[in-house]
Design a protein around this ligand. Structure first.
Ligand code: XUL
Length: 517
């Protein structure tokens, strides 16, 4: 059996798979807010951060690890686990002193992880991906490299507030003494992986690319980016590696305490988005995952390290080799819900009536679907922009606005993923709104690609379990065939009669966008 763990913002989840029988044997979670109320982080982070700071307590992640393994040991025979891999929320960073390695090597199963590891922290809390406090540091790093474009060309993203490099720089500036005492910096993923392996293990290419420090072309830390971020930073990081690289045996702590086999080995942990790419069965170019959530995200495998010339999209390592894009759209379900509420519709009307009765108007009315500031494209919109027939613009036919909003969201996605130069052959749709038949069909039509939906609930943890099996020599595409199947009957084919209409609409949408940004 192979174990995948995902340490996300709100929970730590385990998925255990048996590749021989093709079965997911066990899926369980520890919820940080509910199970560990002593950390006063109901949503997984410490509320009340100032000036854009969003931090979490890394000890909470350690307690969650002890609790998760306690629960796993009650439910399954952990001695059958051959390899463990995992994933973590991206960008979050943990700062550790020189005692960390010795502490990991000497973990005592009769005590807790927290008791033994907390003295090694040089920073009590860990900034996570929701943190926006580093605008100044982003500007400083960009200036040192000669501009935002150069940071993007090297690292796959412009300097971004939540990315780890700017976060490290802020820590170095605010508390240089604590930075000086820091011997090792880990991401959430490599921190948990190191605890499990009983020694510091590398950051992988997938998560490492979310730091503004990894050079995509050389797949190593970029000397200029390191220097622009903080002094002697390279010494505090291990050389990055592919997620499927085996790291040795599991720490005896887990063998003695939870009954894992002494022969159980550890692969690396990656970011939750790269792991989801694996768990959604989308690691080969041509496959795209669209996740419809509070924000919408678009991620897709890419053969080479291309970067977004506009600097909106991010490029990370693909755990299966090569690269992947990640593009976030802030106005996701927030915008869908805002329009639904404005028009006084319920969800069934939003889907059935609005979309089915308006097919003949496909691509005719345009909406820039932004109810507030957007990040792709980066612009402070105050309200959506409408251009079309009088009944559309006046709102007298609400169904037209529903169609134009959704078309606008997916045209915007199509437009802002063109830089990848990868033809979309298949879309795997996930997230709350993906269940909506009308919306799923519209995605197929706008992208002119078949849309599938999967039954996978914990795609990152499943992806991590598949990485563990791949690290042991199992064929990843074959595993994905078994574990990442589309729900039967759920594939939707595009209406090819709409191909030309949406091609034209894409050009008009771009013109409207350009004149409003
Ligand atoms: C990606 C990002 C988020 C976190 C969430 O850039 O910030 O998706 O990985 O866990």
């Amino acid at each position: 059996m192979f174990l995948g763990l995902d340490s996300s913002t709100q929970s730590l989840t385990a998925v255990l798979i048996d590749p021989t029988s093709g079965v997911i044997c066990c899926q369980i979670s520890v919820n940080f807010g509910g199970d560990l109320p002593q950390y006063q982080s109901p949503s997984g982070f410490l509320p009340g951060g100032i000036a854009g700071e969003v931090h979490a307590n890394p000890l909470m992640w350690l307690d969650a690890l002890d609790l998760l393994f306690t629960r796993l040991a009650e439910q399954t025979d952990l001695s059958k686990v051959k390899v463990i891999a995992g994933s973590g929320q991206q960008h979050g960073s943990i700062y550790l002193d020189e005692t960390f390695e010795d502490r990991l090597a000497a973990l005592d199963a009769s005590d807790t992880l927290v008791n033994q590891l907390f003295p090694a922290l040089t920073r009590a809390t860990a900034p996570i991906w929701m943190d926006t406090s580093t605008a100044v540091e982003c500007a400083e790093i960009s200036a040192a490299l000669g501009g935002a474009g150069e940071v993007c060309r090297r690292s796959g993203s412009t300097a971004v507030e939540r990315f780890t490099g700017p976060q490290i720089r802020r820590f170095f500036k605010k508390d240089p003494n604590a930075y000086e005492r820091t011997a090792r910096i880990h991401l959430v993923s490599s921190f948990i992986a190191s605890v499990i392996a009983g020694k510091s293990v590398p950051i992988d290419f997938g998560d490492g690319a979310g730091m503004n420090l990894l050079n995509l072309a050389t797949q190593n830390w970029d000397a200029d980016l390191l220097a622009a971020t903080a002094p002697e930073l390279g010494e505090r990081l291990l050389p990055p590696a592919l997620a499927t690289t085996m790291q040795g045996l599991i720490s005896p702590y887990f063998v003695e305490k939870f009954g894992l086999s002494a022969g159980c080995r550890c692969a690396l942990f990656t970011g939750d988005n790269p792991a989801s790419l694996v768990g959604m069965g989308a690691t080969t170019p041509g496959n795209v995952v669209i996740s419809l959530g509070t924000s919408d995200t678009f991620f897709a495998a890419m053969p080479g390290p291309k970067t977004d010339p506009n600097g909106y999209g991010h490029v990370f390592g693909n755990p299966a080799g090569g690269y992947m894009s990640l593009i976030c759209f802030r106005n996701g379900s927030l915008a869908r819900e805002a329009l639904r509420d404005k028009l006084g519709l319920d969800w069934s009307a939003f889907d059935r009536e609005a979309l089915s009765t308006t097919v003949k108007f496909a691509g005719e009315n345009l909406m820039l679907p932004f109810f507030g500031p957007e990040i792709t494209p980066r612009h402070d919109f105050a309200a959506p922009v409408l251009k079309g027939s009088p009944s559309f613009e006046s709102g007298s036919d609400p169904a037209l606005q529903v169609r134009a909003l959704l078309e606008g969201q997916f045209l915007n996605m199509r437009l802002h993923s063109e830089w990848m130069e990868v033809k979309t052959e298949r879309i795997r749709l996930t997230g709350g709104a993906s269940k909506n038949e009308g919306i799923a069909q519209l995605v197929a039509d706008v992208f002119q690609a078949p849309v599938e939906r999967l039954d996978v609930s914990n795609s990152a943890a499943l992806g991590a379990a598949l990485i563990a099996a791949a690290a042991d020599g199992h064929d990843l595409p074959a595993l994905q065939q078994v574990f990442c199947q589309a729900s039967p009957g759920a594939a939707l084919l595009p209406n090819t009669l709409l191909a030309g209409i949406y091609q034209t609409a894409l050009g008009c949408f771009k013109t409207l966008l350009d004149s409003n940004c």
